[in-house]
Design a protein around this ligand. Structure first.
Ligand code: AMP
Ligand code: MG
Length: 494
């Protein structure tokens, strides 16, 4: 792509050998690609390696630990055939449109095919400034990269569509934030990095062929059935709406707050992406906001479905010229598709909550919805821990002690209504997690890692990687935070 600031940086790469990476994105969408290379990491050291994921991708973990593997994970050596690029995208950030964001500190290394034949992006975050850096330094610090690693892996274990984390490497470079910090890179794997913002960028280029190509590529990668539809772009929109409704319903069911649902942080695949100022609810509070920069509460827990729908409307706008030549007709079709979001969301949410309450198929949707909503009301009033309360309900279902939230008169009445439906305690334990990356545990693990001790990080990862299996020795990972910790805030873009 042409850019006033971009001069193609010729890569002086050696060949990494053991991983086949394709340069498909660079080849097929040159208008959205700036070929670029990573800054050399002065003293790279592997901090975390996702061995099961590496194996699924067909990469030998011992090779990734070697100098050649670390050279790939830091972008200093890429296989022949790969063309690392900074990807262009636009985005609505807190509602305001930025026409040119792009990977300011990240690179798409290339596409790889896993052992089942599926295609994935291998991407580096924190790899140095690109022409999209807009004054940012292009780097990342250890804490935020390990945060993305642990939260994305926990999300995956909880059944939420998400990008995955392959590795975190500390670079040996000092990164300056409020204080001097150790720099790090995250190697991320995604079914693609196509974002709503990618389409927004393409739509502003006044290039119908580009928009068409991007849409065809998104369809081939994420919605192959749409290619056969009468209106492929509309069918893609439908599929993205459904995928995002399902993903956000899953977030809500586990008490996850993304924190920065800008359109550049929303994928076409439906995978959760860009774990910045994200957090899990402690006490149930629909208005919970964790991001230090979200002053208006735009991305509060309860707003997430509405924001997703808003973002999808921005996606729909980009597709209008491909939906129909008659703009009014295209708007009508896109609007009808967007109107299906709430039904998809409600269905997905209800089936998740129904499972959490152990309700069988004989229980009507209406009864299940009222029970779930009433329970959330009780939790909000009592300000009890969301995750622990849901997990504790199975004990109650099998005749054991009732969680505190059911102590009140309304709570007792709720319990009677619910127990009369004979909830299945074992089924509940398979869907209500014991171990999630609780905020105080994440902070503890990241603080220790920043000081050079990775043991708490490894232990927390071990807990959240199997969220439903109670294991001896992990008791403190199942405990709710104490109120003494005060309000929790996380920071983005660091
Ligand atoms: P994020 O908030 O991480 O989703 O990033 C939003 C935009 O800011 C993207 O275009 C990023 O590439 C860019 N960005 C964030 N942090 C940095 C940084 N330290 N240096 C350069 N660009 C950055
Ligand atoms: Mg982002």
């Amino acid at each position: 792509m042409s850019s006033p600031t971009a001069t193609r940086r010729e890569t002086a790469h050696t060949v990494a050998g053991s991983v086949a990476l394709d340069g498909r994105f660079a080849r097929e969408l040159p208008e959205l690609s700036i070929p670029w290379s990573a800054q050399t990491a002065p003293a790279p050291r592997l901090l975390a390696l996702n061995e099961p994921l590496a194996r699924e991708l067909g990469i030998e973990p011992t090779w990734l630990r070697s100098d050649a593997g670390i050279a790939l994970l830091t972008g200093s050596a890429v296989p022949e055939g790969a063309t690392p690029v900074a990807q262009a995208y636009a985005g609505h950030q807190f509602g305001g449109f930025s026409p040119r964001l792009g990977d300011g500190r990240a690179l798409l290394l290339g596409e790889l095919t896993d052992i089942d034949g599926a295609l994935h992006d291998l991407h580096l975050k924190g790899s140095g400034p690109t022409p999209f850096a807009r004054g940012g330094d292009g780097y990342a610090a250890i804490g935020p990269m390990l945060r993305e690693y642990i939260i994305s892996e926990a999300m995956h274990a909880l059944g939420v569509p998400t990008t995955r984390s392959l590795a975190v490497v500390t670079t040996g470079r000092t990164v300056h934030r409020e204080t001097a910090l150790h720099g790090a890179l995250l190697a991320r794997v995604a079914s693609s990095h196509l974002r709503v913002g990618t389409f927004q960028y393409a739509a502003t280029q006044d290039d119908r062929d580009l928009l068409h190509r991007l849409t065809d590529i998104a369809i081939a990668r994420h919605a192959p059935a749409a290619a056969e539809a009468e209106r492929p772009a509309l069918a893609l929109l439908d599929m993205v709406i459904e995928a995002q409704a399902t993903t956000v319903a899953r977030w809500m069911s586990i008490g996850f707050v993304h924190g920065v649902m800008n359109t550049d942080n929303m994928t076409i695949s439906g995978e959760t992406i860009d774990y910045g100022p994200c957090a899990f609810l402690d006490a149930y509070d629909p208005g919970a906001v964790y991001s230090s920069i979200d002053h208006g509460g735009r991305y509060a827990y309860r707003n997430q479905p509405v924001v997703a729908e808003w973002n999808l409307a921005r996606f729909a706008e980009t597709l209008l010229p491909l939906i129909d030549d008659d703009l009014q007709h295209a708007i009508g079709l896109a609007t009808a598709a967007l109107e299906r979001f709430s039904a998809h969301y409600a269905d997905a949410w209800l089936s998740l909550m129904r499972a959490k309450l152990g309700l069988g198929e004989a229980v009507s949707d209406e009864t299940a919805a009222v029970l779930a909503t009433d329970l959330l009301g009780l939790m909000e009033e009592a300000r009890v821990d969301y995750t622990s309360t849901l997990r504790a309900l199975s004990v109650c279902a099998s005749g054991g002690v009732r969680p505190v939230v059911l102590d009140s008169a309304t709570g007792t009445a709720w319990a009677e209504r619910w127990l009369a439906l004979e909830p299945d305690a074992d089924a509940m334990d398979r869907v209500n997690p014991v171990y999630i990356p609780r905020n105080h545990l994440v902070e503890e693990a990241l603080g220790a890692a920043t000081d050079g001790d990775l043991a708490p990080f490894d232990r927390l990862l071990e807990a959240v990687a199997r969220p439903y299996d109670v294991r001896p020795g992990l008791e403190r990972y199942a405990e709710a935070a104490t109120d003494a910790l005060g309000p929790y805030t996380t920071f983005c873009g660091t």
